[in-house]
Write a protein that binds this ligand. Sequence first.
Ligand code: PEP
Ligand code: MN
Length: 338
Amino acid sequence: MIIVLKPNVSKEEIHNLVARIKEKGLKPVEFEGDERTVIHVLGSVTDDIVNSFSSVSCVEKVMRILKPFKLASRENHSATTVVKVGDVSIGNGEVVVIAGPCSIESEEQIMESAEIMKKLGIKIMRASAFKPRTSPYDFQGMGIKGLKLLKKVKEKTGMLVETEVMDVRDVPIAAEYVDVLRVGARNMQNFDLLKELGKINKPVILKRGMAATINEFVMAAEYILFHGNKNVILCERGIRTFETAYRNTLDVGAVAILKNMTHLPVIVDPSHAAGKRELIAPLSKAAIAAGADGLLIEAHPNPEKALSDGAQSLYPEQLAQLLKELKPLCEALGRTLG
Ligand code: PEP
Ligand code: MN
């Protein structure tokens, strides 16, 4: 159920209403808008409950929601959520490019990457310390040592930093070191991890599982929202299809439908969709044209020497060229490149 309050209702009235909701064994989640507050009420809602709240003086209207995803749905939350990462806003119309190497490999490699990203005007750098590798024999990431290096990047360059978490135990530690936490495709339905991410106050990038339907994807986001974290960014990163010409099939349609179905910002990772660096530019452009709020791109100072995903990592000059090409595209679409 959604309770839409009248404009300019006092804090005390909201407080009393929230207490009444809790008394009924229901869970209120408040969304404060510029003009009015909306309260999503989760739990088992009967007609009697709907009627009793409809008659409260500060309430404008009460609506039942039938969609399984109540918090993520745009149905009763028409304004797009803007997720703030430091001073960067994702979802406000600007196109935000998050870029960096797949993995943190050494202090030298990550510092060199950071200098390059900084020079290109990237405000949020990606780099993973915990790596979900298909083979146990492949590079598994630097772990906490890597997180410490990301903190160093932040201190040295002033850039914001983003990394993946794979395990519930990593969440509080990563939240201490980085600005955005990422759930990788392989963990989209790791529900314990999602619950834990609901308890922190850092933004979360949730990637779509490679075999997940749109509904399953949104329900995974609902877990994080339900557990208390409203700062969720959805990320389409390609799905597994019959096609073998590239690593995954970028589902551009997902971007458009997610923007309709939910109020959450949607970004696109063309790198893991493509698996090949020559496809990054066209897929990035398609993503923006479909309405993406940002891109998550892998770039490496020396892709041939990368310990993971070198084939899909852009050379620094390719990233520079791509940014140059994206600028007029964004402008033609009435957007700006952030
Ligand atoms: C990544 O972004 O480094 C990654 C492992 O991507 P995905 O989870 O989409 O495969
Ligand atoms: Mn990668």
